[in-house]
Design a protein around this ligand. Structure first.
Ligand code: C2E
Ligand code: CA
Ligand code: CA
Ligand code: CA
Length: 283
C-alpha cells in the first residue's frame, strides 16, 4: 500500500506543482493590476417588487484582462483571500462604494450600495474603523451602505463577526446575510445577528418555478419558508439571480420584498448605472 501511495504522489506532483505555479502567477498579476488601479467595481440594481423602483445596488469586483475578457471573482477572490490581498482590495471596495454613494446623492439619487466582505477583513483589527473613516470622509448617511456576509463567515468565528457587526449596526450601517439557505447549520445564529436583509440564494430561485408540474417544487417551499422567516424576524427579503418573468411573479406571490438578477439588469459600470437612474427619472 505504501508503494502505491508513493507512486501516485509521483504521478500527481507535476500537475499539482503546475497548478500552484499558475495560481501564483495569477496572484502576482492581481497584485500588480490592483496597484495599477485596473480593478473595477460594477453595480447590479436591486429592485422593489412592489414599486419596481431601484432601491439599491450590489457592488461586484471586475478584473478586466488585456484581451477584453474578465477573470471571474469566483476565481480571484479565493486567491486574494488566501494571500491576504483581499484586505487591501476590500478596503478599496468600501472606499469606492462610499464615493459612489456620495456622487449619486449629489445627482439626487439616494440608493443603498451593498458590498461583499470576506472573513479576512473581519479579522483585520482596523476594519470597523476604516468603514467609519470612509463614511465620515465622504459625509454619507451610513444607512446607505450595506455589508453582505455569508453564513459560513458567521460560522467561522461567530464572536469576532458578531462584535464587528454590532459596531457597524450601531453607526447605522445595514447588514445583509448573503446566499441564505445554503447552510442550515447557522439558523440559530440568525437571531443573534443585527440583520436588516436576507438574500435568498440564486440556486433556489433558479429551480423555484417548475414548468412541467403545478405541484410546488421543493425549492419553492424553501423560498417560501425563507420569506416567512424574514417576515417573522422583520427583515427585508431579497431574491438573487432572478432571470425571468415567471420567477418574478412567483416571488411577488410569495410576498418577497426585493429582487436582483439578469431579468432586471446585469452588473454594470458606474457610468452606466448613473445613466440608467437618469433614464428612470426621465421616464
Ligand atoms: P455573490 O455575492 O453571490 O454575487 C452574486 C453573483 O451572481 C455575481 O457574480 C452576479 O454577477 C451573479 N448574478 C447576478 N444576477 C444573476 C442572474 O440573474 N443569473 C446568474 N446566473 N448570475 C447572476 P460575480 O460578480 O461573478 O461574483 C461572484 C462572487 O464573487 C460573489 O458572489 C461574491 O461572493 C464574490 N465577490 C464579488 N465581488 C466581491 C468583493 O468586492 N469582495 C468580496 N469579498 N467578494 C466579492
Ligand atoms: Ca453578495
Ligand atoms: Ca449572493
Ligand atoms: Ca454566491
Amino acid at each position: 500500500a505504501k508503494k502505491s501511495l508513493t507512486s501516485s504522489h509521483q504521478y500527481y506532483l507535476p500537475e499539482m506543482a503546475q497548478q500552484l505555479s499558475s495560481r501564483l502567477t495569477l496572484l502576482r498579476k492581481l497584485g500588480q493590476d490592483f496597484a495599477q488601479h485596473k480593478l473595477q467595481l460594477w453595480y447590479q440594481p436591486q429592485v422593489s417588487l412592489q414599486t419596481k423602483q431601484i432601491v439599491g445596488v450590489e457592488a461586484l469586483l471586475r478584473w478586466p484582462q488585456d484581451n477584453g475578457d474578465f477573470i471571474s471573482p469566483a476565481t480571484f477572490i479565493p486567491l486574494a483571500e488566501y494571500s491576504g490581498l483581499i484586505i487591501e482590495i476590500g478596503d478599496w471596495v468600501i472606499q469606492q462604494a462610499c464615493m459612489q454613494i456620495k456622487q449619486l446623492s449629489q445627482l439626487g439619487f439616494r440608493i443603498r450600495i451593498a458590498v461583499n466582505v470576506s472573513m479576512q477583513q473581519f479579522r483585520s483589527p482596523n476594519f470597523v474603523q476604516s468603514v467609519m473613516d470612509n463614511i465620515n470622509h465622504y459625509q454619507i448617511d451610513a444607512k446607505q451602505l450595506e455589508i453582505e456576509i455569508t453564513e459560513s463567515i458567521v460560522m467561522d468565528e461567530p464572536q469576532t463577526v458578531i462584535k464587528a457587526l454590532q459596531q457597524l449596526k450601531a453607526i447605522g450601517v445595514n447588514i445583509a446575510i448573503d446566499d441564505f439557505g445554503m447552510g442550515f447549520s447557522s439558523l440559530s445564529y440568525i437571531q443573534k445577528l443585527p440583520l436588516d436583509r436576507i438574500k435568498i440564494d440564486r440556486a433556489f430561485v433558479a429551480n423555484m418555478v417548475n414548468e412541467v408540474s403545478v405541484a410546488k417544487s421543493s425549492d419553492q417551499v424553501l423560498v417560501e419558508t425563507i420569506i416567512r422567516l424574514g417576515k417573522k424576524l422583520q427583515l427585508v427579503t431579497i431574491a438573487e439571480g432572478v432571470e425571468d418573468a415567471a420567477q418574478q411573479q412567483a416571488l411577488i406571490a410569495l410576498g418577497c420584498d426585493e429582487m436582483q438578477g439578469y431579468f432586471f439588469a446585469k452588473p454594470m459600470p458606474a457610468t452606466e448605472l448613473t445613466r440608467l437612474l437618469q433614464q428612470k427619472i426621465a421616464a
